[in-house]
Design a protein around this ligand. Structure first.
Ligand code: PGA
Ligand code: ZN
Length: 416
Protein backbone atom coordinates (compact mmCIF):
# COMPACT_ATOMS: atom_id res chain seq x y z
CA UNK A 1 0.00 0.00 0.00
CA UNK A 2 2.85 2.42 0.69
CA UNK A 3 5.02 1.33 -2.26
CA UNK A 4 5.97 4.09 -4.67
CA UNK A 5 4.20 3.69 -8.00
CA UNK A 6 5.51 6.71 -9.82
CA UNK A 7 7.83 9.70 -9.54
CA UNK A 8 7.27 12.47 -12.04
CA UNK A 9 9.01 15.84 -12.40
CA UNK A 10 8.38 18.99 -14.39
CA UNK A 11 9.84 22.45 -14.83
CA UNK A 12 7.86 25.14 -12.98
CA UNK A 13 8.71 28.69 -11.82
CA UNK A 14 10.08 30.11 -8.58
CA UNK A 15 9.26 33.51 -7.04
CA UNK A 16 11.88 35.30 -9.16
CA UNK A 17 10.46 33.87 -12.37
CA UNK A 18 13.26 31.36 -12.79
CA UNK A 19 12.66 27.71 -13.62
CA UNK A 20 12.80 25.16 -10.84
CA UNK A 21 12.02 21.47 -10.31
CA UNK A 22 8.65 20.18 -9.11
CA UNK A 23 8.22 16.49 -8.27
CA UNK A 24 5.07 14.36 -7.79
CA UNK A 25 5.33 11.07 -5.91
CA UNK A 26 2.44 8.58 -5.97
CA UNK A 27 1.58 5.36 -4.19
CA UNK A 28 -1.62 3.42 -4.83
CA UNK A 29 -3.62 5.68 -2.51
CA UNK A 30 -1.48 8.72 -1.77
CA UNK A 31 0.16 11.65 -3.48
CA UNK A 32 2.92 14.07 -2.50
CA UNK A 33 4.27 17.11 -4.34
CA UNK A 34 7.09 19.52 -3.61
CA UNK A 35 9.26 22.12 -5.33
CA UNK A 36 12.93 23.07 -5.02
CA UNK A 37 13.69 26.64 -3.86
CA UNK A 38 16.74 28.58 -5.07
CA UNK A 39 19.23 30.99 -3.47
CA UNK A 40 20.87 34.17 -4.82
CA UNK A 41 23.65 34.64 -2.26
CA UNK A 42 24.58 30.98 -2.42
CA UNK A 43 27.49 29.62 -0.43
CA UNK A 44 30.38 28.16 -2.41
CA UNK A 45 30.12 24.90 -0.43
CA UNK A 46 26.43 24.35 -1.12
CA UNK A 47 25.16 21.32 -3.03
CA UNK A 48 24.99 22.09 -6.74
CA UNK A 49 21.80 23.29 -8.41
CA UNK A 50 21.78 21.84 -11.93
CA UNK A 51 21.03 24.46 -14.63
CA UNK A 52 20.89 23.69 -18.34
CA UNK A 53 23.08 26.61 -19.48
CA UNK A 54 21.20 26.67 -22.78
CA UNK A 55 19.64 29.66 -24.50
CA UNK A 56 16.16 29.19 -23.07
CA UNK A 57 15.41 31.01 -19.79
CA UNK A 58 18.80 32.75 -20.01
CA UNK A 59 20.58 29.49 -19.27
CA UNK A 60 18.58 28.84 -16.12
CA UNK A 61 16.38 26.03 -17.45
CA UNK A 62 16.23 22.85 -15.37
CA UNK A 63 15.31 20.31 -18.03
CA UNK A 64 18.39 18.20 -17.23
CA UNK A 65 17.43 17.98 -13.55
CA UNK A 66 13.84 17.13 -14.55
CA UNK A 67 15.18 14.46 -16.90
CA UNK A 68 17.26 13.03 -14.06
CA UNK A 69 14.17 12.64 -11.90
CA UNK A 70 12.02 11.15 -14.66
CA UNK A 71 14.63 8.81 -16.11
CA UNK A 72 17.11 7.98 -13.35
CA UNK A 73 15.56 8.60 -9.93
CA UNK A 74 12.05 7.34 -10.83
CA UNK A 75 13.36 3.92 -11.89
CA UNK A 76 15.20 3.40 -8.62
CA UNK A 77 12.41 4.60 -6.34
CA UNK A 78 9.62 2.60 -7.97
CA UNK A 79 8.51 -0.16 -5.62
CA UNK A 80 10.27 1.36 -2.59
CA UNK A 81 8.35 1.93 0.63
CA UNK A 82 7.53 5.67 0.70
CA UNK A 83 7.72 5.85 4.52
CA UNK A 84 11.40 4.79 4.50
CA UNK A 85 12.72 8.34 4.09
CA UNK A 86 16.29 7.60 5.11
CA UNK A 87 16.54 4.60 2.80
CA UNK A 88 15.19 6.64 -0.10
CA UNK A 89 17.49 9.58 0.58
CA UNK A 90 20.42 7.16 0.71
CA UNK A 91 19.46 5.91 -2.75
CA UNK A 92 19.44 9.52 -4.00
CA UNK A 93 22.87 10.17 -2.47
CA UNK A 94 24.33 6.98 -3.94
CA UNK A 95 22.75 7.48 -7.36
CA UNK A 96 24.35 10.91 -7.46
CA UNK A 97 27.62 9.68 -6.03
CA UNK A 98 29.44 13.03 -6.07
CA UNK A 99 29.31 14.42 -2.53
CA UNK A 100 27.79 17.70 -3.73
CA UNK A 101 24.83 16.41 -5.81
CA UNK A 102 26.39 17.82 -8.97
CA UNK A 103 25.47 14.78 -11.09
CA UNK A 104 21.71 14.58 -10.48
CA UNK A 105 21.40 18.18 -9.22
CA UNK A 106 20.43 19.15 -5.68
CA UNK A 107 17.30 20.73 -7.19
CA UNK A 108 16.32 17.27 -8.47
CA UNK A 109 17.11 15.46 -5.22
CA UNK A 110 15.61 18.02 -2.82
CA UNK A 111 12.27 18.21 -4.63
CA UNK A 112 12.13 14.40 -4.77
CA UNK A 113 13.12 13.95 -1.14
CA UNK A 114 10.52 16.44 0.13
CA UNK A 115 7.80 15.06 -2.19
CA UNK A 116 8.50 11.56 -0.82
CA UNK A 117 7.98 12.84 2.76
CA UNK A 118 4.75 14.56 1.74
CA UNK A 119 3.44 11.42 0.04
CA UNK A 120 4.39 9.33 3.10
CA UNK A 121 2.59 11.72 5.47
CA UNK A 122 -0.47 11.71 3.21
CA UNK A 123 -0.48 7.93 2.99
CA UNK A 124 -0.50 7.71 6.80
CA UNK A 125 -3.07 10.52 6.94
CA UNK A 126 -0.83 12.62 9.15
CA UNK A 127 0.11 16.29 8.91
CA UNK A 128 3.71 16.57 7.69
CA UNK A 129 5.10 17.95 10.96
CA UNK A 130 3.57 15.07 12.90
CA UNK A 131 4.82 12.50 10.41
CA UNK A 132 8.35 13.90 10.74
CA UNK A 133 8.17 13.96 14.54
CA UNK A 134 5.15 12.73 16.46
CA UNK A 135 6.21 14.73 19.53
CA UNK A 136 6.58 18.07 17.78
CA UNK A 137 4.75 20.97 19.37
CA UNK A 138 7.00 24.06 19.33
CA UNK A 139 5.98 26.94 17.03
CA UNK A 140 9.05 28.93 15.95
CA UNK A 141 9.75 32.61 16.54
CA UNK A 142 9.75 34.26 13.11
CA UNK A 143 12.82 36.26 12.09
CA UNK A 144 11.02 38.58 9.69
CA UNK A 145 13.10 40.26 7.03
CA UNK A 146 11.55 43.69 6.58
CA UNK A 147 14.42 45.61 4.97
CA UNK A 148 16.30 44.01 2.09
CA UNK A 149 19.82 44.89 0.96
CA UNK A 150 22.84 43.12 -0.51
CA UNK A 151 22.14 40.77 -3.40
CA UNK A 152 18.39 40.81 -2.71
CA UNK A 153 17.79 44.47 -3.51
CA UNK A 154 18.81 47.22 -5.90
CA UNK A 155 20.05 49.57 -3.16
CA UNK A 156 23.44 50.24 -1.59
CA UNK A 157 22.97 48.53 1.78
CA UNK A 158 25.80 46.03 2.25
CA UNK A 159 23.89 43.99 4.81
CA UNK A 160 21.40 41.68 3.14
CA UNK A 161 18.66 41.28 5.75
CA UNK A 162 17.28 43.42 8.56
CA UNK A 163 14.88 41.33 10.59
CA UNK A 164 12.39 41.96 13.40
CA UNK A 165 12.13 39.19 15.98
CA UNK A 166 8.87 39.31 18.00
CA UNK A 167 10.17 36.85 20.58
CA UNK A 168 8.22 38.39 23.45
CA UNK A 169 4.86 37.40 21.94
CA UNK A 170 2.73 34.79 23.65
CA UNK A 171 1.94 32.74 20.57
CA UNK A 172 2.99 32.41 16.96
CA UNK A 173 -0.20 34.10 15.85
CA UNK A 174 0.56 37.10 18.04
CA UNK A 175 4.18 37.27 16.89
CA UNK A 176 3.05 37.35 13.28
CA UNK A 177 0.57 40.14 13.97
CA UNK A 178 3.24 42.18 15.76
CA UNK A 179 5.71 41.69 12.90
CA UNK A 180 3.01 42.64 10.42
CA UNK A 181 2.03 45.81 12.27
CA UNK A 182 5.67 46.90 12.37
CA UNK A 183 6.04 46.11 8.65
CA UNK A 184 3.17 48.47 7.86
CA UNK A 185 4.35 51.17 10.26
CA UNK A 186 7.76 50.95 8.61
CA UNK A 187 6.15 51.47 5.22
CA UNK A 188 4.66 54.76 6.39
CA UNK A 189 7.97 55.98 7.82
CA UNK A 190 9.97 55.06 4.71
CA UNK A 191 7.44 56.71 2.41
CA UNK A 192 7.43 59.89 4.40
CA UNK A 193 11.22 60.12 4.74
CA UNK A 194 12.42 58.85 1.39
CA UNK A 195 9.44 58.99 -0.99
CA UNK A 196 7.19 56.43 -2.62
CA UNK A 197 9.98 54.48 -4.32
CA UNK A 198 11.46 53.63 -0.91
CA UNK A 199 8.72 51.06 -0.30
CA UNK A 200 9.39 48.96 -3.38
CA UNK A 201 10.22 45.49 -2.14
CA UNK A 202 13.20 43.18 -2.58
CA UNK A 203 13.34 39.44 -3.21
CA UNK A 204 12.08 38.42 0.23
CA UNK A 205 9.26 40.96 0.45
CA UNK A 206 11.11 43.44 2.67
CA UNK A 207 11.36 47.08 1.60
CA UNK A 208 14.41 48.05 -0.40
CA UNK A 209 14.84 51.77 0.44
CA UNK A 210 17.63 53.81 -1.17
CA UNK A 211 19.73 53.86 2.01
CA UNK A 212 23.51 53.70 2.10
CA UNK A 213 24.36 52.99 5.71
CA UNK A 214 23.48 50.16 8.05
CA UNK A 215 22.63 52.58 10.85
CA UNK A 216 20.05 54.37 8.68
CA UNK A 217 18.19 51.09 8.20
CA UNK A 218 18.43 50.22 11.89
CA UNK A 219 17.21 53.69 12.90
CA UNK A 220 14.03 53.47 10.83
CA UNK A 221 13.43 49.97 12.14
CA UNK A 222 13.73 51.09 15.75
CA UNK A 223 11.41 54.01 15.00
CA UNK A 224 8.82 51.63 13.51
CA UNK A 225 9.04 49.33 16.54
CA UNK A 226 8.67 52.25 18.97
CA UNK A 227 5.78 53.82 17.07
CA UNK A 228 3.98 50.49 17.17
CA UNK A 229 4.63 50.19 20.90
CA UNK A 230 6.54 46.90 20.81
CA UNK A 231 9.94 47.79 22.27
CA UNK A 232 9.51 45.11 24.92
CA UNK A 233 8.44 42.28 22.66
CA UNK A 234 10.65 42.83 19.64
CA UNK A 235 14.40 42.48 19.04
CA UNK A 236 16.45 42.72 15.85
CA UNK A 237 18.45 40.23 13.79
CA UNK A 238 20.83 40.72 10.86
CA UNK A 239 21.94 38.49 8.02
CA UNK A 240 25.10 40.19 6.81
CA UNK A 241 25.73 37.57 4.08
CA UNK A 242 29.17 39.12 4.22
CA UNK A 243 30.74 36.90 1.55
CA UNK A 244 28.89 39.20 -0.85
CA UNK A 245 30.81 42.29 0.30
CA UNK A 246 34.14 40.63 1.08
CA UNK A 247 36.99 41.60 -1.23
CA UNK A 248 39.41 38.68 -1.34
CA UNK A 249 42.26 40.65 -2.91
CA UNK A 250 42.50 43.17 -0.07
CA UNK A 251 40.96 40.95 2.63
CA UNK A 252 38.53 43.73 3.48
CA UNK A 253 34.78 44.18 3.69
CA UNK A 254 33.09 46.98 1.70
CA UNK A 255 30.48 48.40 4.03
CA UNK A 256 29.09 51.89 4.65
CA UNK A 257 31.52 53.37 2.12
CA UNK A 258 34.69 52.03 3.77
CA UNK A 259 36.86 48.93 3.50
CA UNK A 260 37.13 47.22 6.88
CA UNK A 261 39.51 44.44 7.92
CA UNK A 262 37.85 41.57 9.76
CA UNK A 263 39.14 43.00 13.06
CA UNK A 264 37.58 46.39 12.28
CA UNK A 265 34.37 44.75 11.07
CA UNK A 266 34.01 42.90 14.39
CA UNK A 267 34.51 46.24 16.20
CA UNK A 268 31.86 47.70 13.93
CA UNK A 269 29.44 44.90 14.92
CA UNK A 270 30.26 45.50 18.59
CA UNK A 271 29.20 49.12 18.11
CA UNK A 272 25.93 48.10 16.42
CA UNK A 273 25.09 45.63 19.18
CA UNK A 274 25.71 48.30 21.82
CA UNK A 275 23.46 50.78 20.08
CA UNK A 276 20.59 48.58 18.83
CA UNK A 277 18.66 45.62 20.30
CA UNK A 278 20.36 43.07 18.03
CA UNK A 279 20.18 39.49 19.30
CA UNK A 280 21.30 37.51 16.26
CA UNK A 281 23.89 38.01 13.49
CA UNK A 282 24.19 35.64 10.53
CA UNK A 283 27.33 35.25 8.41
CA UNK A 284 29.18 38.21 9.98
CA UNK A 285 32.36 37.18 8.15
CA UNK A 286 33.01 35.44 4.81
CA UNK A 287 32.29 31.77 4.36
CA UNK A 288 35.80 30.35 4.87
CA UNK A 289 36.67 32.19 8.06
CA UNK A 290 36.05 29.66 10.87
CA UNK A 291 38.64 31.40 13.05
CA UNK A 292 37.18 34.86 12.53
CA UNK A 293 33.71 33.52 13.33
CA UNK A 294 35.12 32.14 16.60
CA UNK A 295 36.28 35.67 17.44
CA UNK A 296 32.80 37.00 16.78
CA UNK A 297 31.32 34.34 19.11
CA UNK A 298 33.79 35.36 21.82
CA UNK A 299 33.38 39.09 21.45
CA UNK A 300 29.59 39.29 20.93
CA UNK A 301 28.77 37.19 23.95
CA UNK A 302 25.04 37.79 24.12
CA UNK A 303 24.42 37.59 20.42
CA UNK A 304 23.47 34.44 18.50
CA UNK A 305 26.06 33.88 15.75
CA UNK A 306 24.41 32.02 12.87
CA UNK A 307 26.32 30.09 10.20
CA UNK A 308 24.66 29.99 6.79
CA UNK A 309 27.23 30.15 3.97
CA UNK A 310 29.78 29.01 6.57
CA UNK A 311 27.95 25.76 7.40
CA UNK A 312 25.72 25.12 4.35
CA UNK A 313 23.65 22.54 6.32
CA UNK A 314 26.60 20.16 5.89
CA UNK A 315 27.59 17.91 8.81
CA UNK A 316 31.29 18.09 7.90
CA UNK A 317 31.31 21.87 8.08
CA UNK A 318 29.13 21.87 11.21
CA UNK A 319 31.65 19.51 12.85
CA UNK A 320 34.45 21.91 11.88
CA UNK A 321 32.51 24.78 13.41
CA UNK A 322 31.87 22.83 16.62
CA UNK A 323 35.60 22.13 16.91
CA UNK A 324 36.48 25.80 16.42
CA UNK A 325 33.49 27.22 18.33
CA UNK A 326 32.68 29.28 15.25
CA UNK A 327 28.90 29.59 15.50
CA UNK A 328 26.15 29.25 18.09
CA UNK A 329 23.39 28.51 15.59
CA UNK A 330 22.90 26.59 12.37
CA UNK A 331 20.90 28.09 9.51
CA UNK A 332 19.13 25.11 8.00
CA UNK A 333 18.24 25.10 4.30
CA UNK A 334 17.22 21.73 2.88
CA UNK A 335 18.37 22.54 -0.66
CA UNK A 336 21.89 23.45 0.55
CA UNK A 337 22.50 19.75 1.16
CA UNK A 338 19.89 18.19 -1.12
CA UNK A 339 17.88 15.71 1.00
CA UNK A 340 15.55 15.88 3.96
CA UNK A 341 17.40 13.16 5.92
CA UNK A 342 20.74 14.95 5.64
CA UNK A 343 19.11 18.20 6.81
CA UNK A 344 17.59 16.46 9.84
CA UNK A 345 20.99 14.90 10.56
CA UNK A 346 22.58 18.37 10.38
CA UNK A 347 19.98 19.78 12.80
CA UNK A 348 20.50 16.92 15.23
CA UNK A 349 24.29 17.31 15.19
CA UNK A 350 23.89 21.03 15.89
CA UNK A 351 21.41 20.44 18.71
CA UNK A 352 23.52 17.74 20.37
CA UNK A 353 26.28 20.34 20.54
CA UNK A 354 24.06 23.00 22.07
CA UNK A 355 23.72 25.01 18.89
CA UNK A 356 20.37 26.56 18.01
CA UNK A 357 18.67 25.80 14.70
CA UNK A 358 17.05 28.41 12.47
CA UNK A 359 15.03 26.82 9.66
CA UNK A 360 15.21 28.98 6.54
CA UNK A 361 13.66 29.70 3.17
CA UNK A 362 15.67 30.82 0.13
CA UNK A 363 15.42 34.18 -1.61
CA UNK A 364 13.95 32.33 -4.60
CA UNK A 365 10.96 30.53 -3.10
CA UNK A 366 7.82 28.69 -4.10
CA UNK A 367 4.36 27.93 -2.77
CA UNK A 368 5.79 24.95 -0.85
CA UNK A 369 5.11 25.08 2.89
CA UNK A 370 7.42 22.22 3.86
CA UNK A 371 9.87 24.36 5.86
CA UNK A 372 7.03 25.48 8.14
CA UNK A 373 6.28 21.87 9.06
CA UNK A 374 9.98 21.10 9.29
CA UNK A 375 10.59 23.96 11.74
CA UNK A 376 7.87 22.55 14.01
CA UNK A 377 9.05 18.95 13.56
CA UNK A 378 12.60 19.90 14.56
CA UNK A 379 11.38 21.91 17.56
CA UNK A 380 13.77 24.48 16.10
CA UNK A 381 12.23 27.50 17.81
CA UNK A 382 13.24 29.87 15.00
CA UNK A 383 12.24 30.29 11.35
CA UNK A 384 13.45 32.76 8.77
CA UNK A 385 10.99 33.12 5.93
CA UNK A 386 10.99 36.74 4.84
CA UNK A 387 8.60 39.64 5.22
CA UNK A 388 4.92 39.07 6.04
CA UNK A 389 4.21 39.82 2.38
CA UNK A 390 4.38 38.11 -1.05
CA UNK A 391 2.63 34.77 -1.45
CA UNK A 392 5.71 32.58 -1.33
CA UNK A 393 6.60 34.05 2.11
CA UNK A 394 3.09 34.18 3.59
CA UNK A 395 2.55 30.55 2.48
CA UNK A 396 4.94 29.50 5.27
CA UNK A 397 3.53 31.89 7.88
CA UNK A 398 -0.03 30.83 7.05
CA UNK A 399 0.91 27.16 7.37
CA UNK A 400 2.35 27.88 10.84
CA UNK A 401 -0.97 29.52 11.79
CA UNK A 402 -2.76 26.33 10.74
CA UNK A 403 -0.35 24.12 12.67
CA UNK A 404 -0.71 26.26 15.79
CA UNK A 405 -4.49 25.98 15.63
CA UNK A 406 -4.32 22.24 14.98
CA UNK A 407 -1.99 21.65 17.96
CA UNK A 408 -4.35 23.61 20.19
CA UNK A 409 -3.40 23.49 23.85
CA UNK A 410 -0.33 21.34 23.04
CA UNK A 411 1.24 24.21 21.08
CA UNK A 412 4.16 26.08 22.62
CA UNK A 413 5.86 29.17 21.19
CA UNK A 414 9.35 30.50 21.56
CA UNK A 415 13.05 29.83 21.22
CA UNK A 416 13.94 26.21 21.99
P1 PGA B 1 19.73 33.20 -0.40
O1 PGA B 1 19.57 34.15 0.85
O2 PGA B 1 18.58 32.27 -0.44
O3 PGA B 1 19.80 34.15 -1.56
O4 PGA B 1 21.04 32.45 -0.22
C1 PGA B 1 19.12 33.73 2.09
C2 PGA B 1 20.21 33.83 3.13
O5 PGA B 1 21.34 34.23 2.84
O6 PGA B 1 19.96 33.47 4.28
ZN1 ZN C 1 22.14 33.97 4.98
Amino acid sequence: MTRIRSVRAREVLDSRGNPTVEVDVRTEHAFGRDIAPSGASTGIYEAVELRDKEERYGGKGVRKAVHNVNNVIAKHLKGRDVVKQQEIDKILIELDGTGNKSKLGANATVATSMAVARCAANSLRLPLYEYLDAMSHLLPVPLMNVINGGKHAGNELAIQEFMVVPKGAKSFRESLRIGCEIYHELKGILKEKFGATAVNVGDEGGYAPPLKKTSQALDVLVEAIENSGYEKEVKLALDCASSSFYIGKTKTYAIDGSGLTSEKLIEYYEGLVEQYPIISIEDPLYEEDFQGFAQVVKRLKNVQVVGDDLLVTNVKRIAMSIKNKSATALLLKVNQIGTLSESIEAANLAKRNKMSVVVSHRSGETESTTIADLAVALNAGQIKTGAPARGERTAKYNQLLRIEQELGSKARFGFS
